[in-house]
Design a protein around this ligand. Structure first.
Ligand SMILES: Nc1ncnc2c1ncn2[C@@H]1O[C@H](COP(=O)(O)OP(=O)(O)OP(=O)(O)O)[C@@H](O)[C@H]1O
Ligand SMILES: [Mg+2]
Length: 264
């Protein structure tokens, strides 16, 4: 099976400070789903920043989609970066655009879709995350949990090949956290390799799967908590493999549409 991510004895430091990550080695197979946990300050966000190409390893090797990121040219980095969906710990929505416009942005940048199709898809996705009534609201008027859901919708709207989420359930109540995780799992089933950093042990317990444990900058354990489960229904689900449908918009609505998530 192809690898989406490979770390080989990666170390990382900010400026000339001491290393915040040391000797990190692991692989994420294409289509796999992993959690990343560890106490505050363990280095979770730092590790995710490496994966989103916001920082570079200070030693070791990092491969994304089979490419050694040290050898990717400056010009090629944006294209690589566009294959990755990111949910930032601090959301980073654009305040001068509405919620729907924020979520539509990645699709508009990708091109090839007419505005009506984009609007329909964005509306459906925002309904799914429980923001159907806030489509035209501006981010400064959203609550913390609403911003988080908008940020998640923006990260998944293009069905990225790799999804990186930093504490995606940090600001929402447990029921919404489970629905958001369900959305990630649906996306994963369609082939998106997924890595979710979280403190939420209850959620990890409800979902299962593989868990990377960081402590003081070191990867101390990769735990297998058994088959993935839908945190809403408790039913078992299967991880994606390479027979998953190709990425694209075509079936996004069908899989993540309101029918499955509504009913609250
Ligand atoms: N921009 C930065 N410059 C210097 N040091 C930093 C920077 N960002 C983080 N650090 C340090 O790196 C270490 C790891 O921080 P990181 O944010 O990766 O932890 P975390 O596991 O995400 O924590 P949390 O659960 O609180 O989000 C900490 O010691 C932190 O102080
Ligand atoms: Mg963090």
């Amino acid at each position: 099976m192809a690898e989406a991510v490979r770390f080989e004895r990666v170390g990382m430091r900010y400026h000339l400070d001491a290393e915040v990550l040391s000797d990190i080695s692991f692989t994420l197979e294409s289509g796999s789903f992993h959690f990343l946990t560890g106490p505050s300050g363990a280095g979770k966000s730092s590790l995710l920043r490496l994966l989103t190409l916001a920082e570079r390893p200070s030693r070791g090797r990092m491969l994304i989609f089979g490419r050694d990121t040290a050898t990717v040219s400056r010009r090629a980095r944006p294209a690589l970066r566009r294959r990755i969906g990111i949910v930032f710990q601090d959301f980073r929505l654009l305040d001068h655009l509405t919620t729907a416009e924020n979520v539509a942005l990645p699709l508009q940048l990708a091109g090839g879709l007419d505005p009506q199709t984009i609007r329909a898809h964005v509306t459906e996705l925002l309904r799914w995350v429980g923001l159907g009534h806030r489509l035209d609201a501006y981010p400064p008027t959203l609550s913390g949990g609403e911003k988080q859901r908008a940020a998640i919708a923006r990260a998944v709207v293009k069905k990225p090949e790799l999804l990186i989420a930093d504490e995606p359930s940090g600001n929402v109540d447990p029921e919404i956290a489970r629905r958001l995780m369900h959305l990630f799992l649906e996306l994963n089933r369609l082939g998106t390799t997924t890595l979710v950093a979280t403190h939420d042990t209850e959620l990890v317990e409800a979902v299962g799967g593989r868990v990377l444990h960081l402590e003081r900058g070191r990867l101390i354990d990769i735990e297998d908590r058994g088959p993935l489960r839908n945190p809403v229904t408790g039913a078992r689900i299967t991880e994606a493999d390479h027979r998953a449908p190709p990425h694209g918009m075509a079936d996004a609505g069908a899989r993540t549409g309101p029918t499955e998530g509504e009913g609250r």
